[in-house]
Design a protein around this ligand. Structure first.
Ligand code: GCU
Length: 415
């Protein structure tokens, strides 16, 4: 009997090990990438309210429809940030300044952002690089970072002195007069958080609560909230022009970027790099990563209300073109990769294309053709920009260049 149960134990361990070794293929195995196999769908209307009112003016968009859409995203997709149980005090401290960063091209500031109330305290690290030779205050890029900003990844690379050890070509940004900031996605919440007891959430729970409610913030909303605290700091830093901040992020951080920019109008421009599912890609296409796949592997990136729409995407009152539209009239840029099928490049383009309706209503220039542009051709001189390039899931030199061009075009235009 004992021998039998031992055998069964060994077998189930083996099965588990085999399953987890196969896991990356398992989650991808039934994904559809063929356009002709994708479902037919109707997108929810951007410019018609649930009451049937057609939105005809910029004012109606700003005062009626945009708030409705943001509330839907807050309550059903990313989760809203509740009122904290007691007021949070926020303080900033520049803990280290290096005026000789990258051979004197920039000044690096390590900023500590402290968040504190009766229930506890959390700290965020915020990195700010100011170009030394440029006019101040300088416009800046602001990256939602996967990597820990306290790590050596953010030092200058020995092999290529114009870049950081993580590959970011910051020398080019400094030469063009841009600052660069970064906030680490895991300072306030874990990458695939499942308990939220050690995250920033603990400062928000009223007595008796220990887990976010179904409509309350998941991981992506938490990252977005953190970036807003970085922006609070920038508003106090005279070296940075906080009216010209371009927020950006790749993949999971691209999703967080769009949600940050949609809500917080202090960010003047947004760049989504291969943000895919829950980022720029349309839910209803179900191509590449789907809602089901996302919540299976990352259950709390979104709020729990989003689970209700698994395999029921047609019931969602929003699709991701509406998220991009909430950024209007501020310029938004979407970058896809041909080989990044998981992020559905066609769905990312269509989202940007459909969001353009709102840009036009607000007197801005959107994408004009429903056809995706040629691979490698970037649309820069538009308030909705886009490129798709050969290759997979990464930010390549070609992409960095386009991001700088896009920001340069728009920031100069508004000056
Ligand atoms: C996973 C996840 C994606 C995410 C990506 C990333 O692949 O499924 O949604 O974008 O990780 O963040 O790199």
């Amino acid at each position: 009997m004992k021998a039998l149960s031992l055998l069964a134990g060994t077998l189930s361990l083996l099965t588990l090990a085999q399953l987890s070794a196969r896991e990356p293929k398992e989650y991808d195995k039934d994904v559809s990438y063929r356009e002709e196999r994708l479902p037919a769908y109707d997108l929810p209307k951007l410019l018609v309210t649930p009451q049937g009112k057609t939105i005809k003016t910029a004012e109606e968009w700003h005062t009626i429809r945009r708030p409705q859409i943001l509330a839907l995203y807050s309550n059903l997709i990313y989760g809203c940030v509740p009122e904290p149980a007691s007021p949070i005090q926020q303080s900033f401290e520049v803990v280290k300044t290096d005026p000789e960063f990258m051979g004197g091209k920039a000044t690096r500031k390590d900023v500590k952002i402290r968040l504190k109330n009766d229930l506890g305290e959390m700290e965020m690290h915020f990195l700010v690089y100011v170009p030394n030779k440029a006019e101040k205050p300088a416009p800046t890029f602001f990256k939602h970072s996967f990597n820990n900003t306290k790590s050596r990844d953010f030092d200058v690379s020995d092999k290529n002195p114009g870049t950081l050890r993580n590959g970011w070509p910051l020398g080019d940004f400094f030469d063009r007069g841009y600052g660069f900031c970064a906030v680490y996605q895991q300072d306030l919440v874990g990458h695939n958080e499942t308990s939220f007891l050690n995250s920033i959430h603990k400062l928000f729970y009223p007595k008796g609560q220990s887990f976010p409610k179904a409509s309350e913030w998941g991981v992506l909303s938490t990252c977005a909230w953190g970036a807003m605290r970085g922006m609070d700091y920038l508003e106090t830093d005279d070296d940075i022009d906080h009216t010209r901040v371009a927020i950006m992020g790749h993949s999971k951080m691209g999703k967080a970027t769009l949600w940050t920019a949609a809500q917080d109008e202090r960010f003047a421009l947004a760049i989504s790099a291969q943000s895919g599912c829950a980022g720029a890609a349309l839910w209803r296409r179900k191509s590449g990563e789907t809602l089901k796949k996302m919540v299976t592997r990352f259950p709390y990136w979104l709020c729990r209300n989003a689970w209700k729409f698994v395999e029921q995407e047609d019931d969602l009152p929003v699709d991701q073109h509406m998220l991009l539209a909430c950024i209007a009239p501020r310029p938004v840029y979407v970058h896809s990769g041909v080989g990044d099928t998981w992020a559905d490049s066609r769905g990312e383009y269509l989202s940007a294309y459909h969001a353009s309706e709102v840009y036009r209503l607000l007197g801005k220039k959107g994408l004009e053709s429903e056809e995706s542009p040629e691979v490698g051709k970037a649309i820069i001189k538009s308030d909705v920009g886009y490129h798709n390039r050969e290759g997979g899931h990464s930010i390549d030199p070609f992409d960095w260049e386009r991001f700088m061009e896009f920001a340069e075009y728009h920031f100069k235009k508004t000056n």
